[in-house]
Write a protein that binds this ligand. Sequence first.
Ligand code: NAD
Length: 333
Amino acid sequence: MSILITGGTGYIGSHTCVDFIKKGLDVIILDNLSNSRAEVVDYIEQITGIRPKFYHTDLLDREGTKKVFDENDIESVIHFAGLKAVGESVLKPVEYYRNNIVGTLNLIDEMRAHNCFKIVFSSSATVYGKPKTVPIKEDFPLSTTNPYGTTKLFIERILEDLCVADDRFSVALLRYFNPIGAHESGLIGDDPNGIPNNLMPYITRVAKGVLPHLNVFGNDYETRDGTGVRDYIHVIDLAAGHYSALKCLEEKGVHIYNLGTGRGYSVLEIIEAFERVNNVKIPYIIAPRRAGDIAECYADPSKAAYELGWKAELGLDDMCRSAWKFEQLNTRK
Ligand SMILES: NC(=O)c1ccc[n+]([C@@H]2O[C@H](COP(=O)([O-])OP(=O)(O)OC[C@H]3O[C@@H](n4cnc5c(N)ncnc54)[C@H](O)[C@@H]3O)[C@@H](O)[C@H]2O)c1
């Protein structure tokens, strides 16, 4: 029996593949390479000694998706594939809804047709909208501030409705906070196309001289130093969270977990740590606040600790060191 990893050549997907292969699971990757590179499969092989089967397939391609299920005995799916840039989603909402939601519906159709009823879905802390308090618990009210977030919330609802209608399904909704860092080999990491939307890949490209400086969006928030505070989690810990989540799929129905550390760092604290650990300078300027940004966002991860026995272990220095190692080795053109 195999596990299908959609979006498996992407940032979090590739680290999850490595984690699963090392733990002895048989992994199959489906990815359309819209935001990742085929070489990632080589790197996964280099790290683990095992080459996962790879399908260069788009979830919008129904025939292609069906073929992946026809040719394999897939027991469960870890569903990472999706577009994830908040700003782009505001400019291209239809493309985001089609890719993320229709892609998921096609996936569910093939799962049902092939008697596969277990799915882990990559959701996001963005479904909490503007939380009134922190730390955020799973039962906080849900809302969204942009089309990307709305795709995450809709897909959560679709999977919940599916479980009500079909009691063979078990679903894990994992709400990630802010994954950063990379595998210790430096071979795989966060490598978005174009100008990065997230803080750490932006910082590493400034450190490398690819981008001139970092924009810090707002320094007048009600936080320790005025800059936004987020819950940064090492991607290695996040990947391991998926392995832990496989356990809860033994029980039918919907299971929801925050995957974060429970601790927030400000943008200036991240810059300071990156500079200190890697001995490089990150020039930055203070820019106006970005629409929709909130002051503080960090998880209460105790439910995952209690029910899954999962806890983030790695610290900020490790996140900064590994992210910089990945950037230095990266051969992106
Ligand atoms: N990175 C984060 O900060 C973060 C936070 C919360 C949630 N998430 C979610 O986690 C998942 C993985 O994120 P990531 O950071 O690894 O992103 P990523 O862009 O690196 O990986 C996503 C992968 O999905 C592929 N893909 C996109 N649309 C596809 C389609 N229609 N068919 C097949 N493949 C497709 C892309 O080529 C890419 O390799 C996404 O769903 C994202 O929304 C990410």
